[in-house]
Design a protein around this ligand. Sequence first.
Ligand code: MG
Length: 330
Amino acid sequence: MFPNTCKTNTEKRYDLPSVGVAVEFSGVAAPRLIADTAAIILLAAQSVGASAGFLSSLSRTGSVLMLVRYLIVAVVACGVCLPEKLSRGEEYLNGIRWEAPPIVTPGKTDADPPSDATVLFDGNDLSKWNNGENWPVEDGIAFSGKGPIVSKDTFGDCQVHVEWSAPLPVEGEGQGRGNSGIFLMGIYEIQVLDSYQNETYHDGQAGAIYKQTPPAVNVTRPPGEWNSYDIFWTCPQFSETGELISPAYITAMHNGVLILNHFELKGDTPFNRPPQYKSHSPQGPISIQDHGNPVRFRNIWVREFGPARGEQVREPFLRDGDKETPITQE
Ligand code: MG
């Protein structure tokens, strides 16, 4: 049968209803040209094949009009499509000379540190932390001990991975059950709490920015099981005179589920007063709270984050072959 549609993908479609045929082309650059050319050849071959089939039927039907119809299909299809191969049309170029993104080797799993991460706890010891000597480490797991631990390294914008598990047997309730917290820059707390079937105020449950917002959803696993936080942190910025220029933002996933999406922090996260910003260094440590509950931790790593780098070397423009047309900015 002669095809009604000759199709490689979805970028271009030519409908030729008068002859009962549609031709679609797509792909990019060289693959697109190859695919399109192949489609044309296929179309022509099928036309010939169909014509041959027709010839055998010609003796039966005697219909010359059918042969004419098939030949028109092949000629018209090629006539429509070939010019498209010779001109790709205008291309937008932004005028930015991008640097090649650095190569980062991912971890064996998405929970493992990638090659550019600073590993703060890999199960061996807490030597990367101030006060680490007061938190016990057993079988690759750190237990919340006496006083907070504070990373010796400091970070600005960053990605933080930390895994935690609420204590078993379950003791206490509300804020007294499995309470700890991850403090970005040592100041801004995302709550750690046993929030599995444990009522408390919502902006104090696991994944909350303490006293500012609850998490969007509660995906806490039962005590004894492991939870993961993947935190994406944007630092607040202050002027030289200490005024806030830009607030902090946080995006976070709890057990792979988005719970905070670019949330704008109102300031720090104390228990007993409204949040406020107070100028501080552009970098700060990660600290983990001791709230008197033996919360367990493992696999803690941080990646400093910087956006892709590039230089605007000229104004944006459109290019069509050798012709370049500046884009006027309004
Ligand atoms: Mg806490």
